[in-house]
Design a protein around this ligand. Structure first.
Ligand code: G3P
Length: 215
């Protein structure tokens, strides 16, 4: 389960660390990963045992790339992986391919996001470690992808598997254990969630509920 803290105020700086410490303290058998802003990687990775991912990296190497996110830098800060091509941080396929390659060189796990089953298939050719299907129109909304568009999940799994056996995750609008259970029944290897946890009045209760959906 990847919890994406995005740039929500509740997930930034000290508040991001508090959320991470709470998630870490649950000692869940389902792996919980936090996708955080680059500036928050080090403090959060130093403070918790659960894996911390960057929300993005750029396909640059050491050198003259002012303002870009260097994969080596996020790795040294403590990140274990990175989201790539998130709906809110789209890149073209060529850049995505280069980004996946750079992550592999550095030893960062890659979760490449796709908006449609067709894109998921194209991304599979680039061989990321995971592919996450997230219909943009459902992100941040009240209805989960697993309930609103189950066919998008099953088609994505089918298309990805026709290229390579890469685990498919899903995200967008996931709020509770029922949404997770449905996604797992459809064949996903995990879920991504942001607002349902980060914007909740009781994130701990929400995470505990979501974890039940994996059982
Ligand atoms: O990366 C996960 C994210 O885009 C889903 O957002 O708020 O619909 O859970 P949300």
């Amino acid at each position: 389960m990847i919890i994406n803290l995005k740039t929500y105020e509740e997930g930034t700086g000290g508040r991001g660390l508090e959320l991470a410490e709470m998630a870490d303290s649950l000692g869940s058998s389902v792996e919980i990963i936090l996708a955080v802003q680059p500036a928050d990687i080090k403090p959060i990775a130093d403070g918790v045992r659960i894996p911390v991912f960057s929300q993005h990296i750029d396909p640059v190497a050491y050198g003259k790339h002012t303002g870009w996110i260097l994969p080596e830098s996020v790795k040294q800060a403590g990140a274990k992986g990175s989201l790539l091509n998130h709906s809110e941080r789209r890149i073209d396929l060529e850049t995505l391919g280069k980004s996946i390659k750079r992550c592999k060189e550095v030893g960062l796990t890659t979760v490449a996001c796709a908006d449609t089953p067709e894109t998921a298939k194209k991304i599979a050719e680039l061989e990321p470690d995971y592919i996450a299907i997230e219909p943009p129109e459902l992100i941040g909304g009240e209805i989960s992808v697993s309930k609103a568009k189950p066919e998008v999940i099953t088609e994505s799994i089918e298309k990805v598997n026709s290229v390579k056996n890469i685990p498919v995750l899903c995200g967008a609008g996931i709020k509770n254990r029922e949404d997770v259970k449905k996604a797992v029944e459809l064949g996903v290897g995990g879920i991504l969630i942001a607002s349902g946890v980060v914007k909740s009045e009781n994130p701990e209760r929400v995470i505990r509920d979501l974890l039940e959906g994996f059982e």
